[in-house]
Design a protein. Structure first.
Length: 408
């Protein structure tokens, strides 16, 4: 394997070509993401966000060549694994992704790190992810299965990395990696950027961190987790209402092509090729905008109304279904989706029931809670919307399509 003797600089941090165009697109992403989050009630957004973490996990895993299903991920979260070892490994990876993302997202929103690009934080992503896996799966993985080499959770790699079968080294040699990572953390520290340039720096750092390939294994997953966390850190998609990994996985080859093109240095002393760098940043931002617009369309209230009604109709048609659900329950579900929460005492009037129907209204609410369609922390607490797995294909068929349920 031929190793690089000189390494391109990470500076300038932002592309010098087409920067005006990139800044315009970054502004569109920021505004569109903020508008989307503003349209959804906080309680509804939180409930949906928890389910969309499964989607992030599913698509990130798919990029790495491990296909699973939402049902398998949900089972894995309950430590219910397949007896098939390959299928179980895919389940474990997805569950680890969900737990890591949730844990670290809550941490950075409560206590923002001083520099999210520092090795301390990024190594923590790697360590937390692999600590979710059983010890026997904390080894590097290849097409032939697991190797005898530990992934060294949270530690920088100690050897060369190649992405072309061993012909050429990728990224810096192991001995140069600590210094190069230190350069990365300083150049892309969000504190050095303002306004739309903070988002452009996230796009740029996604490529540069993958180029570094700092760990023995798991780099792709860690970097996609990092980018999502980094955007939330600067105030974008804090509610996890759209998925960057879904955008990348829609055309995995185009994602890889853009990454590889941006690897190319014009001159080791001058830095990476600025034309390819600009193209890559535009690609990253275009994926963001596409996913925001996609979610904005499917979360439209008029579409949700019809889909809630469709779920209730289909539910009662199925043989062996639970006790039939009063069609007026749809009004409460729609109100909860729109308003976020409703006081229990208001449920009856929302469903259009008279004063004498109070007992029947309470039965409907109890039935909705029992089926997970409505949530409440106690018998006196307000009601909020629930998104059990069984409704996802009805409420959000464009996101939770049949293939995600393993039905393709």
């Amino acid at each position: 394997m031929k190793a690089q003797s000189n390494l391109p600089s990470f500076e300038p941090a932002l592309p010098t070509m087409r920067l005006g165009e990139i800044k315009d697109l970054a502004q569109q992403v920021i505004i569109a993401s903020s508008t989307l989050e503003g349209r959804i009630a906080p309680e509804t957004a939180k409930a949906l966000s928890d389910r969309l973490r499964f989607l992030n996990s599913y698509h990130s895993n798919l990029i790495e060549g491990h296909k699973t299903s939402i049902l398998d991920i949900e089972a894995a979260m309950q430590k219910d694994y397949s007896k098939d070892q390959d299928r179980r490994y895919a389940q474990e990876l997805c569950a680890a992704h969900v737990r890591t993302e949730k844990m670290l997202m809550e941490e950075i929103l409560a206590t923002p790190p001083s520099n999210i690009c520092a090795l301390e934080f990024i190594a923590r992503i790697h360590r937390v992810f692999y600590e979710q896996l059983p010890k026997r799966h904390q080894f590097t993985h290849s097409q032939g299965g697991f190797t005898k080499y530990s992934v060294l959770p949270g530690q920088l790699r100690d050897g060369h990395i190649s992405l072309d079968g061993g012909r050429t080294a990728h990224g810096p040699e192991a001995r140069l990696l600590p210094a190069k990572f230190d350069e990365f953390s300083k150049v892309f520290n969000p504190a050095h950027f303002h306004g739309d340039e903070r988002l452009i720096a996230v796009a740029a750092s996604h490529h540069r961190l993958l180029w570094l390939h700092p760990f023995r294994d798991g780099n792709g997953r860690v970097v996609r987790l990092f980018s999502g966390l980094c955007m939330a850190h600067i105030g974008i998609n804090r509610g996890n209402l759209w998925s960057l990994s879904r955008g990348f996985s829609r055309d995995k080859q185009w994602y890889m092509t853009n990454l590889q093109s941006a690897d190319s240095p014009t001159n080791a002393t001058k830095g990476f090729d600025q034309a390819f760098y600009a193209d890559y940043c535009l690609y990253f931002l275009e994926v963001c905008l596409d996913q925001i617009q996609f979610m904005d369309q499917i979360l439209g209230l008029n579409r949700i109304d019809a889909r809630i009604e469709g779920y209730i109709r289909d539910r009662d048609k199925k043989r062996g279904a639970l006790e039939p659900l009063d069609p007026r329950a749809a009004k409460l579900l729609k109100a909860l989706f729109l308003m976020g929460q409703v006081k229990r005492g208001e449920a009856r009037s929302i469903m259009g029931m008279d004063d004498q129907s109070d007992r029947h209204a309470r039965r409907i609410v109890s039935q909705l809670i029992a089926e997970g369609l409505v949530c409440s922390e106690s018998h006196r607490a307000p009601l909020t919307i629930g998104f059990p797995t069984k409704v996802l294909r009805y409420y959000f068929p464009d996101i939770f399509e049949p293939s995600i349920f393993g039905e393709d």
